[in-house]
Design a binder for this molecule. Structure first.
Ligand SMILES: NC(=O)c1ccc[n+]([C@@H]2O[C@H](COP(=O)([O-])OP(=O)(O)OC[C@H]3O[C@@H](n4cnc5c(N)ncnc54)[C@H](OP(=O)(O)O)[C@@H]3O)[C@@H](O)[C@H]2O)c1
Length: 351
């Protein structure tokens, strides 16, 4: 059986290596690029770091999409903004493969010209993987990865095949499952990311310096959550809880509890020690620090697009998108103070 990954960075290289390790009969191919990819191509292996320690896993790594020809499964693990061009490059080699997106963003329609509906699977991973140096990826956080049908449909046969493929991976804390409402799961993750991405504009530690800061919580955090919820409600999208993870409702509840005088202080002290040492670092912040383009159009921007489609507006998320565009692609981005973000939100959202 042959499994390929298009655009193998943190997620693709880690899942590719874990699958390769799980079954001796599996041929795994990674399509890569850049400094990270050059190292993989030179050594034809990925170094993975996790609870198992450090391990080198051999597999085919190349920059040519024609290497995926004959695959049974093709995973797409590029950032959302690269989906269209990646699929265009790979289109002639997809054959009859089942194609699986493991990405943030609701990009199902981008796949429509390239993959028939019954061979398309949408995934969501709550894990956190990071490229730690060229050729090496590290599992920062374990968790569940879920699969289901595209366009809000229930799990299809193809998603069942994908969930089965992962059953051989035996790493404590890593789980793979089907979900009948994968769209609701993906939107829950997207709303959390929309909230987290707003904290990246100030180079803030998401929990301590954003959610833990009264003004950020009241004037940025809670308004974003309310706007995401309102758009989802008007679009009749039912969000689902991600097993084992804090979801939108819990984060919202946490923000409300932090408003209660004594209790709020206790919560702040409890989270401070935990997240000071192990901050949650969103990929948007990593991309901003590296002067790269970000995925914001597919995260906060997705709520803006969804709102437009159903005839309403998402001005708070729209402002977060604009502010992110002002920072991205610059070698030394000038991060924006909380007060300035609040001022801009006020200006853009007050009639
Ligand atoms: N990392 C996580 O923990 C995590 C968790 C949940 C969800 N996700 C989502 O999963 C997706 C993948 O994230 P990631 O962190 O794995 O991203 P990543 O590390 O940036 O990996 C994507 C890789 O694809 C490469 N690429 C882009 N276009 C290509 C092309 N045409 N040909 C060959 N390679 C190409 C990129 O190269 P360049 O760097 O040169 O662009 C990069 O090496 C994103 O949607 C992300 O939001 C990630």
């Amino acid at each position: 059986m042959k499994v390929s990954f298009l655009g193998a960075g943190a997620i693709g290289a880690m899942f590719g290596a874990l699958l390769r390790e799980s079954r001796s009969d599996l041929q795994v191919r990674l399509v890569v690029r850049g400094v990270f990819g050059d190292e993989l191509m030179r050594n034809q292996c990925v170094e993975i770091v996790g609870p198992w320690g450090q391990k080198k896993v051999s597999m085919g790594c190349s920059s040519n999409c024609n290497d995926i020809a004959g695959s049974d499964f093709v995973f797409v693990t590029v950032k959302s903004q690269d989906t269209q061009s990646m699929l265009e490059d790979a289109a002639s080699y997809l054959g009859n493969a089942t194609v699986i997106s493991i990405q943030n963003g609701i990009n199902d329609t981008a796949y429509a010209d390239f993959v028939p509906h019954d061979r398309l699977v949408m995934g969501m991973t709550s894990t956190n993987m990071a490229v730690t140096k060229p050729g090496q990826v590290s599992m920062q956080l374990n968790g569940v990865t879920m699969f289901g049908g595209p366009n809000g449909n229930q799990a299809n046969q193809a998603s069942r095949r994908v969930a089965t493929l992962f059953q051989g991976i035996r790493v404590p804390g890593l789980h793979f499952a089907l979900h009948e409402n994968i769209l609701g799961i993906r939107y829950n993750k997207l709303a959390i990311n929309a909230l987290g991405y707003a904290s990246c504009l100030s180079n803030s530690n998401f929990i301590n310096e954003a959610i833990g800061a009264k003004h950020w919580r009241r004037d940025i955090g809670l308004p974003i959550v309310r706007e995401c919820r309102s758009v989802l409600k008007q679009a009749s999208i039912q969000i689902e809880r991600i097993p084992g993870r804090s979801d939108l409702s819990r984060l919202e509840k946490l923000m409300h509890l932090m408003e209660i005088p004594l209790l709020g202080q206790i919560i702040r002290m409890a989270i401070h020690s935990r997240f000071e040492r192990n901050p949650i670092v969103f990929s948007l912040l990593q991309d901003l620090r590296r002067g790269k383009k970000t995925e914001v159009d597919s995260i906060n921007g997705q709520f803006v697009k969804l709102a437009k489609r159903i005839g309403c507006e998402a001005p708070i998320n729209d402002t977060i998108v604009s502010l992110t565009h002002e920072l991205e692609g610059k070698p030394n981005p000038k991060f924006i103070a909380h007060e300035e973000i609040i001022r801009r939100l006020h200006r853009e959202t007050t009639p």
